[in-house]
Write a protein that binds this ligand. Structure first.
Ligand code: BEZ
Length: 396
């Protein structure tokens, strides 16, 4: 009896302590450390797009480091996978990050085919996906979704802008040449759309399988066709090889080489003289006279002992966009609607100049006209002001 009484008499005290602990815990969340935010980087770290994947990673980490290693108050933990720019491995790679590593947000990738597979996984699992490069139109077209954002471009944007410029220059005929996959096809089709609307004619569209770089027979065909200009989409290692081969074949002097800016961005060191005078369109350029770009370039140079390029800038802006969203919900990613709303209305102070997102979550920004001079993609004009992708098929 005594034992029981003693036990009973202790209960109220224990309960009171427990209740006090609970009350403390309830009052504490504002001060408690939130769990780390897991960021899954799915990018190419090998193959023709390896340099692009590394630059995106560096840019993203730079923006996080500038915020003390935290976004929305939460410390960042990285998980990464080399996607090898291989669409066949993309679903498995994205699933690893989402299911095994339980990432809160997926950031990637470079290759459009890989990104399309990532988007399907992200949609099925309702994972936030920030596309830091791949320009596949479908991502912000028929596949657009509340949890899918892009900080780069659609392949259509630089292509369309260049077609418009070429038509304004009164060029009459063009040949297009690219890798046969979504990015190349959409880029040259964007060029054709604007060029032909402006009175030009694309007399031939040439394709080579991705990521092949045996260009010789195509260059022979281009020489025989003698168009007023050639418009191409190549990037990374393939772009270096193409620009050198084009000059080596003696075509540079007779048929002007135009391209989406990936042809000469991040590649000039390796292309050397062969790239001089090449004309491109892109949402970024060297020597932009804005304070954000100057600070970004200096920070990047200081951190990585390398020049920033368009890919580094897109990685940087991916973290800036994520920061805007997380700040809007104080790091609480369970507030999905508010998180996405904060990202949608973000006005990003980007090194490229001001950037906003369209309803389909794709950047709206100026597309610069650039010419290679020395080691720079110098701005020589604005090819298209605040150009928005038409987002055909997006139902947001
Ligand atoms: C793409 O696959 O969408 C892409 C790859 C490299 C540069 C630009 C676009």
């Amino acid at each position: 009896m005594k034992k029981n009484r003693t036990a009973r008499s202790r209960v109220p005290g224990a309960l009171a302590l427990w209740a006090a602990a609970l009350a403390l815990a309830a009052a504490a969340p504002a001060r408690a450390e939130q769990p780390k935010l897991k960021v899954g980087l799915m990018l190419p770290y090998t193959g023709t797009y390896a340099a692009l994947g590394n630059a995106i990673t560096n840019g993203f980490k730079l923006a996080v480091a500038e915020r003390g290693g935290r976004l929305g108050g939460r410390e960042i933990e990285y998980f990464s996978v080399d996607d090898e720019s291989d669409p066949a491995k993309a679903t498995e790679n994205a699933s690893k990050l989402i299911k095994r590593d339980q990432v809160d947000v997926l950031v990637g990738t470079v290759h459009s085919g890989v990104a399309l597979a990532m988007a399907k996984v992200a949609r099925e699992t309702n994972t936030l996906l920030i596309v830091a490069n791949a320009g596949a139109g479908d991502l912000t077209g028929p596949l657009c979704a509340p949890n899918l954002f892009r900080t780069s471009f659609t392949n259509w944007q630089p292509g369309y802008a260049m077609g418009k410029v070429a038509a304004e220059q009164k060029k009459k005929t063009a040949v297009t040449f690219t890798w046969k996959y979504a990015a190349g096809e959409e880029s040259v089709n964007g060029f054709k759309e604007a060029f032909e609307a402006g009175g030009g004619k694309v007399v031939k569209q040439l394709y080579v399988p991705f990521p092949q770089v045996e260009f010789q027979s195509y260059l022979t065909e281009i020489a025989a066709l003698k168009p007023d200009l050639v418009y191409v989409f190549f990037a990374g290692g393939g772009a270096v090889k193409f620009v050198k081969d084009y000059a080596g074949a003696g075509l540079k002097a007779s048929i002007p080489l135009y391209g989406a800016g990936f042809l000469t961005d991040g590649t000039l060191e390796a292309q050397g003289d062969a790239a001089q005078g090449v004309i491109t369109t892109l949402h970024y350029a060297d020597g932009l006279d804005n304070p954000k770009d100057k600070a970004f370039r200096a920070g990047y140079q200081n951190a990585y002992k390398a020049e920033a390029d368009v890919y580094a800038m897109q990685g940087y802006d991916s973290a800036q966009l994520l920061a805007a969203g997380l700040d809007g919900v104080k790091g609480d990613t369970s507030k999905r609607a508010q998180l996405f709303a904060a990202m949608e209305k973000a006005r990003i102070d980007s090194p490229r100049g001001p950037m906003t997102l369209s309803k389909a979550h794709n950047p709206v920004n100026d597309i610069y006209l650039r010419r290679v001079e020395g080691k720079q993609n110098k701005v020589i004009g604005i090819a298209a002001k605040a150009l928005a992708d038409p987002a055909r098929g997006c139902k947001l």
